[in-house]
Design a protein around this ligand. Structure first.
Ligand SMILES: [Zn+2]
Length: 142
């Protein structure tokens, strides 16, 4: 991890200390985080990456308001698969929260493009079916 990533986790440690937590594990086990997580998943039940049901919450950035539950800014609902894929590089290196969010967004855009093209193919198929039915009817009526 580069300088920026280290700074990111140092900043998280400072926020945690200020909020009275020993470390990140302590925070993740807290009622506070459970409430934040449950609220995020209730309000945004779909994975930001693949659109399936989300079970985890990704921090795009650690801020005092989002870690204290005062804001859901930079929080993303994700499934375990997308979360893991986003957090690590192909060589298994842990990425910074921003890099992970970038990967998550790219996956989301890829999925949306795919969904659109599937939809377009579906519409084209339906249109040609309608055209065929119309032509058959015309032929029968004439
Ligand atoms: Zn997903």
């Amino acid at each position: 991890m580069g300088k920026r990533g280290k700074k990111e986790y140092l900043y998280r440690a400072l926020i945690l200390k200020r909020a009275g937590f020993k470390n990140y594990q302590d925070y993740l086990a807290s009622d506070l985080w459970n409430k934040i997580r449950a609220k995020q998943l209730r309000e945004h039940p779909q994975c930001h990456g693949c659109g399936e049901i989300a079970s985890q919450v990704h921090h795009g950035k650690y801020t005092l308001p989002n870690m204290l539950g005062h804001s859901n800014e930079h929080l993303f609902s994700v499934c375990a698969g997308c979360h893991f894929t986003a957090e690590f590089s192909q060589s298994g290196r842990k990425l910074t929260p921003q890099q992970a969010t970038g990967k998550l967004r790219r996956n989301r855009r890829r999925r949306i493009r795919l969904e659109r093209s599937v939809l377009a193919v579906g519409l084209a198929e339906r249109r040609s079916t309608v055209d065929t039915e119309f032509r058959d009817r015309l032929e029968r009526e004439n």
